[in-house]
Design a protein around this ligand. Structure first.
Ligand code: FAD
Ligand code: DLZ
Ligand code: SF4
Length: 510
């Protein structure tokens, strides 16, 4: 008999570890403190995952399979994946263990120790829910000093023949329609109301558990509207394709106060936990284009996020682990300020994104990248602390996807492996792409003085202090040309202002 161990983000019936499942096999699933607390996960993330795990186990049980499900408060629960496996081996005496590779290097290291520890064969299968194999990605990356998503994405489009004409050229004559995307927020905006799923008894039980055991973690547990089954996640996908996808491209980078979701799909938590499959989502988006339901710029842009960015990011993680996470190219060491955990700040943009995060365990990409990420980059916040924050507070966060996005994309901590230049921006960008500044007590057009937007002095100071690293970067020439036009006196005043901003941050009154 085979024991098959399913992790909390492997909730797909097509997962490779179940592909040859037989009636007599045992499927093990375990809620363990080690996974729930290795960073202080947002209560909504834990509630989502435990609810989805319990529903998945129930589905397997109703299909007649043998499931050993260990709840967090099971009196015998040892609190770790390895020890729960040990108990199951003692109880069922299997002849072998089958697992699908995990999403984190930390867990892969555990798995690699299991065969020796238990004296049993342990088969670690590849995770074929992803669309590029490790081998494919590694071969593509071989010999390249810089990895650029765009070229990898084109290979993926060809591989899966998505938005490709019969002659092999991209539909619409171009691979990328971003020129038509990224509009500032419209003056009047009608954002569709999102689905709110009825809470099953399982969800209600999990909410009570999470309230009891993890209520002290940062983040609001309720209201809780998440989909927790594949069926519910598919309803979210349908709503997105029908009502939201047409606007996805246009307003992908826009930010609006009080509107955490805008026209984003909110599908990442479901994709990452396995309730939705990436290829299925891409094919359905393509079908929406072919049926004339959404324009090409929106559909191509959306598919690129999944077929391109998501796969690329995963490839980078596995190609460079374990040393990837140890990098800190810009030597950023300042402690994370308390306003990342909800303490007050006068910076409306930061407060708003943290508030979205606290309430929903979600904020959209540009908020993660250009508000909290940009602030962390400019202020030189400690890379590990920032990463831990992103891993804890978002319901879609697992290290394989969080780390290259945070360390690589937002913090330039890998020295340019993921991003061709740092995503550093002043208040000017935030003013253009959002309506945040009109709610803020700081002035985005001022660089000096108590009322000046803190992003401004920090931005110039960032360029100045990392001049040796970035002056030669072609994509940053314009920024240095502007800096060079400032008089020496003005440059000194700006750098002194940046020091004051950082001091105010350290004193807790920014
Ligand atoms: P949409 O905007 O609707 O995009 C559609 C889908 O594309 C997403 O569901 C996601 O699966 C995929 N996608 C888009 N951008 C990326 C990307 N850069 N990397 C990987 N997949 C992408 N995403 C996570 O899934 N988990 C994380 O822990 C995570 N951490 C991030 C940290 C930082 C600092 C930044 C800048 C980005 C991070 N992202 C992460 C990427 C991105 O912000 C989220 O995938 C996205 O905001 C999820 O919301 P959505 O489903 O509405 O996405
Ligand atoms: C994120 C998470 C949490 C909060 N809890 C569990 C759990 O109790 N049991 C489990 O199997 N998985 C959990 N997970 C997901 C794992 O952390 C995830 O599988 C690994 O990080 C590998 O991606
Ligand atoms: Fe953010 Fe500066 Fe705009 Fe205030 S003025 S919202 S701090 S960018």
């Amino acid at each position: 008999m085979t024991l098959r161990f399913i992790l909390g983000d492997q909730l797909s019936t097509s997962i490779s570890s179940l592909s040859d499942l037989e009636g007599n096999d045992i499927i093990l699933m375990a809620e363990v403190m080690e996974e729930a607390t290795y960073v202080p996960h947002h209560p909504k993330k834990i509630a989502f995952l435990f609810s989805a795990m319990r529903h998945f186990a129930q589905k397997l049980l109703t299909e007649g399979f043998r499931v050993q499900y260990i709840t967090l408060e099971d009196p015998h629960n040892t609190g770790s994946l390895t020890e729960e496996l040990s108990r199951a081996i003692e109880g069922f005496n299997p002849s072998r263990i089958v697992v699908t590779e995990p999403g984190e290097y930390r867990v892969l290291s555990l798995m690699k120790g299991w065969s020796q520890r238990f004296g049993l064969p342990v088969e670690i299968r590849s995770d074929d829910r992803f669309l590029a194999t490790h081998k494919e990605f590694d071969e593509w990356a071989k010999g390249k000093s810089q990895l650029r998503m765009e070229y990898f994405y084109r290979e993926m489009r060809k591989k899966y023949s998505i938005l490709i004409e019969k002659d092999g050229t991209p539909i619409g004559g171009r691979w990328n329609f971003d020129k038509e995307n990224r509009k500032p927020p419209p003056k009047t905006l009608k954002v569709p109301k999102r689905l709110s799923h009825k809470k099953s008894p399982i969800v209600q039980e999990v909410l009570a558990l999470v309230r009891r055991r993890f209520g002290h973690h940062f983040g609001n547990l309720e209201p809780f509207h998440y989909a927790v089954t594949a069926e519910q996640a598919n309803l979210e996908l349908e709503q997105f394709l029908n009502e939201i996808l047409p606007f996805f491209g246009d307003y992908q980078d826009a930010m609006v106060a009080g509107e955490p979701y805008l026209f984003h799909s909110l599908l990442s938590s479901y994709l990452n936990a396995g309730l939705l499959l990436p290829l299925d989502v891409c094919r359905k988006a393509e079908a929406a284009y072919q049926a004339g339901k959404a324009p090409l710029n929106a559909v191509e842009g959306f598919i690129r996020q999944i077929l391109g960015w998501r796969e690329f990011i995963r490839g980078v993680y596995w190609l460079h682990m374990p040393h990837y996470g140890e990098q800190n190219y810009l030597q950023a060491t300042r402690p994370l300020p308390a306003f990342f955990w909800g303490a007050p700040t006068n910076m409306f943009c930061v407060a708003e994104v943290v508030r979205h995060t606290q309430e929903h365990a979600y904020s959209h990409h540009i908020q993660r990248l250009m508000i909290t990420g940009n602030f962390a980059l400019l202020a030189g916040l400690e890379v590990k602390a920032v990463q831990e924050w992103y891993l804890a507070v978002y319901s879609d966060a697992y290290e394989w996807v969080e780390m290259p996005n945070t360390l690589g994309m937002a913090l330039y901590g890998d020295g340019g492996l993921v991003a061709s230049k740092p995503y550093a921006a002043s208040g000017n960008y935030i003013q253009r792409m959002s309506n945040f500044c009109s709610h803020c007590s700081y002035n985005p057009n001022e660089v000096l003085g108590e009322q000046a937007c803190p992003f401004n002095a920090l931005y110039w100071d960032f360029l100045a202090r990392h001049e040796t690293r970035f002056r030669a970067n072609q994509r940053m020439r314009y920024m240095y040309a502007v800096w060079d036009k400032f008089s020496g006196e003005k440059q000194n005043a700006i750098r002194a202002e940046a020091r004051k901003v950082l001091q105010r941050m350290a004193n807790g009154n920014l």
